[in-house]
Design a protein around this ligand. Structure first.
Ligand code: ZN
Length: 482
């Protein structure tokens, strides 16, 4: 009896052992866990394998997962082996967007702005692998205080529809990058009459950040007012951020002028260096060759001529000041293209100021406005025509009413942004009406084409000039300004 029980017990154990062995030998196994797939990627469900004994076996599946659409899906995998016990498993599939959006900044990652300068956003874009363009969801945070120098951060943040967040930064540095400004209470190129005094310390210096830094200016150079010559004086100042301004000035020491100031009158130019020939053009005596013009300008510079301002000339006429013996003013009538393209580059090269008397209803002068060493003054708006009925050679201003002359002058003034107080009479013709209209419209001086130098006490509305013509040799030129 006891043996029988033991026998049965052993048999059961044996059967259990055998059965599990058989199960191992014949049951297919599918060990697949939940699957997570990034949206829009490729995924091959057929690559999932089952196991039978120690070998991989093919599985079929019923996937209808849309890999381009976020969601939770269910896929059933099944084995179909012969001589085996087949299995089936339902697996959860999650199509997710786990990828962070990308923010791309336009412009530099580090931007320097000037003290008190408004920061201007350079822009950005944000794209997400699933949501596409989400630029409009970007939020910006910044604590820039442009009144305090320092380094600031701008934080750009965006969150896509699946809660993936991206933040990036841009540095903004608030710096004082502006140079101080030194202001002299005289012209940068100025003069002093021999044996008179000049105050070289008549200046102020201001900085956008430090304010008044006049006391930090150093002055280099001296002027010997007892000796004729050009003296270079340098003014230097540095602000607390290291921005330096160096102002180079020239003081021209000369005897005082007693013979009057030559105001030169040029008209048109031709480029002889390019073989241009004007001998057959009408009024060709008014054309100056590029070569001759440059010789004249070079002569003036080499001989330390002082280029007086209109204000100085006015004060000189009014006997308020003396001017250097070798003072001169250059003017050109009509504002033709040849003046701007042939003569002006030469005066610019020698850093010599020249005034262009422009006929403001003609175009070419406009694009030369606000250029260095080039001043614009009026030569009327529309009165530079010979159209009087009494005599066909009279300029139009000679036969217009006071009112229409006045209106023309105001028009011309407005076109020159009201920056004109000096006038040249068309063809040199003037009348009482014209002079009255000039005074009434705010012109302070007017030039004729009468030959001569401007003397102290001269009539400011009948000022003479020194004409330069095509045939003028350098020696004639030199004699005409002596
Ligand atoms: Zn003219």
């Amino acid at each position: 009896m006891k043996n029988k029980i033991i026998y049965i017990f052993i048999s059961i154990i044996t059967i259990v052992i055998l059965a599990s062995g058989i199960k191992y030998l014949f049951i297919t196994r599918i060990n697949i866990d939940d699957i997570t797939i990034e949206i829009n990627s490729n995924y091959d469900f057929n690559s999932k394998k089952g196991k039978l004994r120690n070998k991989d076996i093919e599985l079929t599946n019923n996937s209808n997962v849309n890999l381009n659409k976020l969601g939770d899906y269910e896929v059933t995998f099944e084995s179909h082996e012969k001589y085996a016990i087949n299995s089936k498993k339902k697996v959860k599939v999650h199509v997710v967007d786990d990828e962070k959006p990308i923010i791309t900044l336009k412009g530099e990652n580090e931007i320097i702005i000037n003290y008190k300068e408004e920061y201007k956003e350079n822009g950005y874009t944000a794209t997400d692998n699933y949501d596409g363009d989400i630029t409009d969801k970007v939020t910006i945070q910044n604590n820039i205080d442009n009144t305090k120098l320092g380094k600031y951060e701008i934080i750009y943040k965006v969150i896509d529809n699946s809660n993936n967040e991206t933040t990036i930064k841009r540095n903004v540095i608030v710096k004082d990058i502006e140079k101080p400004i030194i202001k002299l209470n005289r012209n940068i190129n100025s003069y002093v009459i021999l044996n008179k005094n000049i105050n070289l310390n008549d200046f102020t210096a201001n900085d956008n950040y430090d304010g008044d830094i006049t006391d930090k200016v150093t002055v280099e150079g001296t002027v010997n007012t007892k000796k004729i010559g050009l003296y270079k004086i340098l003014y230097k100042v540095k602000d607390s951020s290291g921005n330096e301004t160096i102002l180079e000035t020239i003081v021209n020491v000369q005897k005082k002028n007693t013979k009057g100031i030559p105001v030169m009158m040029y008209h048109w130019f031709y480029d002889d260096t390019k073989g241009e020939d004007v001998s057959k053009k009408p009024n060709n005596h008014n054309y100056i060759s590029k070569t001759n013009f440059e010789k004249q300008i070079k002569y003036l510079v080499d001989n330390n001529y002082y280029f007086a301002t209109w204000e100085e000339l006015s004060d000189y006429i009014d006997k308020k000041i003396d001017l250097p013996e070798k003072s001169i003013i250059l003017t050109d009538d009509d504002g033709r293209v040849s003046f701007y393209e042939i003569a002006y580059p030469i005066t610019l090269k020698y850093k010599v100021p020249i005034t262009s008397f422009v006929i403001t209803n003609k175009e070419p002068w406009k694009k030369y406005m606000n250029k260095d060493y080039l001043l614009m003054e009026s030569h009327t708006d529309s009165l530079h025509v010979r159209s009087c009925t009494k005599s066909k050679w009279d300029g139009k201003a000679m036969c217009e009413t006071y009112k229409s002359i006045y209106n023309d002058l105001v028009t011309s003034k407005n076109k020159l942004n009201n920056n004109t107080t000096v006038f040249a009479y068309p063809f040199g013709h003037y009348s009482d009406d014209l002079i009255k209209a000039l005074k009434d419209s705010g012109f302070k001086m007017a030039f004729t084409i009468n030959s001569g130098k401007v003397k102290k006490g001269a009539n400011k509305y009948k000022l003479p000039r020194v004409r330069v013509s095509k045939g003028t040799t350098l020696n004639q030129f030199i004699n005409s300004i002596k």
